[in-house]
Design a protein around this ligand. Structure first.
Ligand SMILES: *[C@@H]1O[C@H](CO)[C@@H](O)[C@H](O)[C@H]1NC(C)=O
Ligand SMILES: *[C@@H]1O[C@H](CO)[C@@H](O)[C@H](O)[C@H]1NC(C)=O
Ligand SMILES: *[C@@H]1O[C@H](CO)[C@@H](O)[C@H](O)[C@H]1NC(C)=O
Length: 800
């Protein structure tokens, strides 16, 4: 291109010239980046102007719309020069052609020429990738042929100076290709030529070089950093296929049991293992929990060996994208001695009759312990001192057997405590109380509280009066121990015992059936039986002795001299009789006994009070002094015999003593009797005798009456005979049993010896003054006599 640039230095003609030369355009081509002062072309020549004229016409170049002076005119040579650096890339960017437009002005006349400057590209820019490093995250599971876009490099130059080709560093995995979009822009693609494996190589760095077409070539590089992303291509792997753990029972909650571990060689989410139970029984579910993160199995329920001794659970380990594997966990529970033995009473035969023989089985015990091994070995025993023991039987059964004789009356109930202890450590034990009752057997007869019973009753008791009470005890149960009293059949004095006594069957109170007479019998025995109501009945017997005590219900009976009226008894007293001689004796008996029969004798009236004296207890009449001639031949004595009862009873008799050596000397008895009648004394005597006779008669009637009532009553004491009876023995005198009083025996002796006047009267000495305070008793006599002989009241005062 040859464009001429004409510089006019004359301003005046400038406008004209411009008009004139407006069509004379100049065009040059210039390379970018030329040095300042590089000649682009010669304007003067191209415009056909003289060089000298340029300066005169003030030629200059102006750039349209900019005050940048890329070009300048050398006015002396007319050359267009590069004034400033022309950078195509800066001025035109990516435009394929870069044209700079200038105005060339010449003055005088004004001339305007269009000047275009075609800027030629040179390869002054290297290709540049947008980033130094391109990061690509490619999953390892990416298939061959997968493409990954990579931004193309940019070269500011254009045309052949722009990016021409790329080259990728040699590598096994990737290729590089350039693609053009439909819009025409280019981009690169990384093509996967061989699958990646993160586990082998986690990242790849590749250098991609872009080369432009300029000369010399310029290159740009980028590092392609491929990060191989993990694909979940590995399942978690457990460290063991089967885990086993032992766990003591009763482990507290949260106790760690075992930790399972599975590893996954994948990364992050793909390598994150989560643990879960995959197969687990409902029971195990309640007992164990699995930490899904750590794989630790912990206790969440009550671990009881007795409920389950072994658990099998399956644990699944799963990674983030669901690959999983499974392992088995076996948990063995170990036993602790946490169960005490339990005692079961399988059978019990109660009540146990008390007569069972030792060794009888009365019950069956079963002992169970839920633990295992030694912890379930149980020993059973009875610690108490009871007549029972446990005999081991089959397996864990025991028989409860008696070891001795039972006695309900001693122990009627047993609370047997059976204790069972296992062999665990520490041992556990339990106990059970078994109540055993012993049934009654009628094995005890009633037993009277006393071996003998004695009842004392005073005679003349009322029928129905209580004599005594017997008690028998029977320790047996209910009717076997219910005591019934009865009178055993027997005879008392020939009559059935039941006519004497009765016993209350329930209470044992013994009552008299009739009135007893001491003079008839003083004691008797009956036999009572106490029997129980059992079957068979048992009984025991006891003797009841009834002692009848005396009541002073009998008057003394004068045996000698015979009572007045029937015959007149006289005794001869020789004149030579000295003082103190025994002249006669009054003999009296009393059917009563003891004090009631202890007789005392008193002379209540005598012809010569100073002559005779009577032994108070012996009844012996003795002279007080020697008989003198002056003494009256006939001496009359009235003797009162009195017993010692309360009140005392008495009898009187009169005795005629003749003081004479020869009966022939004695005047007729009738005379004496007659004489006596005249005396005052005689009349008294008669009165006394009459009263005594009346008394006697009454007595006889009573005796007759008693005899009538009781056929066995001995004969009447006196048959009106004068003579001293020799064979009469009143029943109460017959001390057959030896149970009578001592005194009655003496009385009896006295009676027997009264047959002889000349007897030695040994009975007199039998009276022991120590036995009876005779003096004291006799001192009362006067008043007693006064009662008995009311008629003799006045005279009695004269008695000593
Ligand atoms: C046995 O036990 C029962 C109930 O605890 C009690 O009533 C009874 O008195 C006891 N018997 C003996 C002999 O301990
Ligand atoms: C009394 O004893 C007999 C055997 O001697 C017995 O069979 C009966 O059951 C006993 N009665 C009572 C109430 O215990
Ligand atoms: C009691 O006496 C009765 C009648 O004599 C007799 O049958 C019974 O065997 C006696 N009992 C005893 C325990 O001696």
């Amino acid at each position: 291109m040859h464009t001429q640039c004409d510089f006019q230095s004359l301003g005046f003609v400038f406008l004209f010239v411009v008009v004139q030369y407006a069509h004379g355009d100049l065009s040059y081509s210039v390379q970018e980046e030329l040095k300042r002062g590089t000649v682009i072309g010669n304007i003067a020549k191209d415009l056909g102007l003289e060089v000298g004229r340029l300066s005169a016409r003030k030629a200059r170049v102006d750039m349209e719309g900019s005050d940048k002076q890329y070009c300048g005119i050398n006015l002396r040579s007319g050359d267009l020069l590069v004034e400033e650096r022309i950078d195509r890339e800066e001025l035109c960017g990516e435009k394929p052609s870069c044209v700079l437009k200038f105005d060339l002005l010449l003055e005088t006349p004004l001339e305007l020429h269009r000047l275009t400057l075609q800027v030629q590209d040179i390869n002054d820019n290297a290709p540049i990738f947008p980033k130094d490093v391109v990061k690509l995250e490619i999953t390892e599971s990416a298939d061959r042929g997968a493409r990954y876009r990579v931004n193309a490099a940019h070269d500011a130059d254009t045309g052949k100076n722009s990016v021409k080709s790329y080259s990728l560093e040699q590598n096994p995995h990737f290729l590089f290709s350039i693609q053009t979009t439909s819009a025409g822009s280019k981009y690169g693609e990384l093509v996967l030529n061989k699958e990646l494996d993160r586990e082998e190589q986690q990242e790849i760095k590749l250098l991609l070089t872009a080369v432009d077409g300029g000369s010399p070539q310029r290159t740009g590089t980028v590092v392609i950093h491929v990060i191989v992303l993990d694909a979940n291509d590995n399942a978690p792997v457990f460290s063991e296929a089967v885990y086993s753990a032992t766990l003591p029972e009763n482990s507290p909650l949260k106790t760690p049991v075992i930790s399972v571990t599975a590893t996954d060689s994948d990364e992050s989410v793909n390598g994150e293992v989560i643990y879960e139970f995959c197969r687990i029984s409902d029971k195990s579910q309640k007992l164990f929990s699995l930490n899904e993160k750590t794989g630790e199995i912990t206790v969440t329920g009550d671990i009881d060996f007795e409920e389950g001794s072994k658990y099998e659970v399956f644990v699944e380990a799963k990674d983030g994208y669901g690959l999983s594997s499974e392992a088995k966990v076996i948990i063995d529970i170990t036993d602790l001695n946490d169960n005490a033995p339990v005692i079961y009473l399988k059978s019990l035969s109660i009540p146990i009759p008390e007569n069972v023989s030792p060794g009888t089985e009365v019950g069956i015990i079963n002992v169970q312990d839920r633990d295992s091994e030694n912890n379930k070995q149980v020993h059973c025993s009875i610690q108490q001192n009871v007549p029972f023991k446990l005999v081991p039987s089959i397996k864990n059964y025991y028989s409860l057997v008696t070891t001795g004789q039972l006695d309900r009356e001693l122990v009627s109930d047993y609370n047997i405590t059976i204790s069972a202890t296992d062999e665990g450590s520490p041992p556990l034990s339990s106990s059970k109380t078994v109540q055993l009752s012993v049934a009654d057997i009628n094995d005890n007869p009633p037993v009277f509280e006393e071996q003998y019973y004695s009842a004392y009753v005073t005679e003349n008791n009322k029928a129905g009066s209580t004599l005594c009470s017997v008690t028998a005890r029977d320790p047996d149960w209910r009717q076997n121990g219910t005591v019934i009293y009865s009178l055993l059949p027997g005879e008392v004095n020939g009559a059935p015992a039941s006519s004497y006594l009765s016993v209350n069957g329930d209470t044992g109170v013994v009552q008299a059936v009739r009135t007893f007479d001491y003079e008839q019998f003083r004691s008797f025995k009956v036999h009572l039986m106490a029997r129980d109501n059992g079957s068979p009945q048992l009984s025991s017997n006891v003797t009841v002795s009834v002692f009848i005590s005396d009541v002073n219900d009998n008057c003394p009976q004068i045996l000698y001299p015979a009572p007045e009226g029937n015959s007149f008894m006289t005794e001869l007293v020789t004149k030579a009789t000295h003082g103190g001689s025994l002249v006669s004796k009054v003999i009296a008996v009393d059917a009563d006994s003891g004090q009631n029969a202890w007789l005392s004798y008193h002379i209540v009236k005598s012809t010569d009070p100073g002559l005779f004296t009577i032994g108070v207890h012996s009844g012996e009449i003795r002279t007080q002094r020697d008989i003198s001639e002056s003494d009256s031949i006939k001496q009359n004595l009235i003797v009162a015999v009195k017993d010692n009862g309360q009140p005392s009873l008495s009898a009187t008799c009169s005795m005629m003593l003749l003081i004479s050596d020869n009966l022939a000397e004695v005047p007729e008895l009738k005379d004496i009797s007659y004489d006596e009648k005249n005396s005052n004394l005689t009349s008294y005597l008669i009165i006394a005798l009459v009263s005594v006779s009346t008394f006697l008669l009454t007595f006889i009637i009573i005796i007759l009456g008693v005899r009538f009532c009781c056929r066995r009553k001995p004969r009447l004491l006196f048959d009106g005979a004068v003579a001293i009876p020799s064979a009469y023995l009143p029943p109460n005198y017959a001390d057959v049993d030896g149970t009578g009083t001592l005194r009655s025996t003496y009385n009896y002796d006295a009676y027997l010896t009264t047959g002889s006047r000349t007897s030695d009267f040994k009975f007199v000495s039998s009276y022991n003054d120590n036995t009876l305070p005779a003096v004291q008793t006799l001192r009362k006599s006067p008043s007693d006599f006064a009662d008995a002989f009311g008629e003799l009241e006045e005279n009695s005062k004269a008695l000593p």
